[in-house]
Design a protein around this ligand. Structure first.
Ligand code: HEC
Length: 126
């Protein structure tokens, strides 16, 4: 099954994510969307613990999907950039900086959009 995530990714267990490990790329992306929404909620409520949790979860999910187009430089670049943005967001949440976390959230969202642009272009080129 191409879309099955390898169970062997040790980092997944950080979030006791049996569900993550058994998910398709589509499921994982849906989870990303949920976390992105949760972060927006948490920003409105200044719930930094929740922001940090979801930023770290986003990074874990991204790690779980890097195999997907591991042969594409563009995809790897965007996955890395997304992970860096998620790190930045988690860091700013830990520092309790609302401005920093807001910027981190925007960075994460731009990375979502950029990567999908690349994925769509690659699909069209086939
Ligand atoms: C590094 C690349 C990359 C990043 C970053 C990324 N995605 Fe995706 N996304 C994908 C790929 C690949 C697919 C699957 C496309 C396909 O169906 O072939 C996808 C599909 C999706 C889908 C459609 C799922 C479905 O049901 O078909 C959603 C929703 C989604 N992503 C949300 C997000 C959100 C929200 C973020 C940011 C928080 C994000 N993605 C970041 C690569 C990425």
């Amino acid at each position: 099954m191409m879309n099955r995530i390898c169970l062997g990714l040790a980092s997944l267990w950080t979030f006791s994510s049996v569900a993550l490990a058994n998910s398709t790329v589509q499921d994982l992306m849906r989870q990303k969307l949920e976390s992105a929404h949760a972060i927006l909620d948490a920003l409105a409520l200044e719930d930094f613990t929740k922001i940090e949790y979801h930023a770290k979860l986003l990074k874990e999910i991204s790690h779980a999907t890097t195999w997907y187009k591991a042969d594409s430089d563009d995809f790897r670049h965007h996955a890395k950039s997304f992970q860096n943005s998620a790190d930045y967001l988690a860091e700013q949440a830990k520092l309790r900086s609302l401005e920093g976390a807001s910027l981190g959230y925007i960075r994460v969202q731009l990375d979502c959009i950029e990567c999908h642009k690349v994925v769509r272009a690659a699909k069209k080129a086939k």
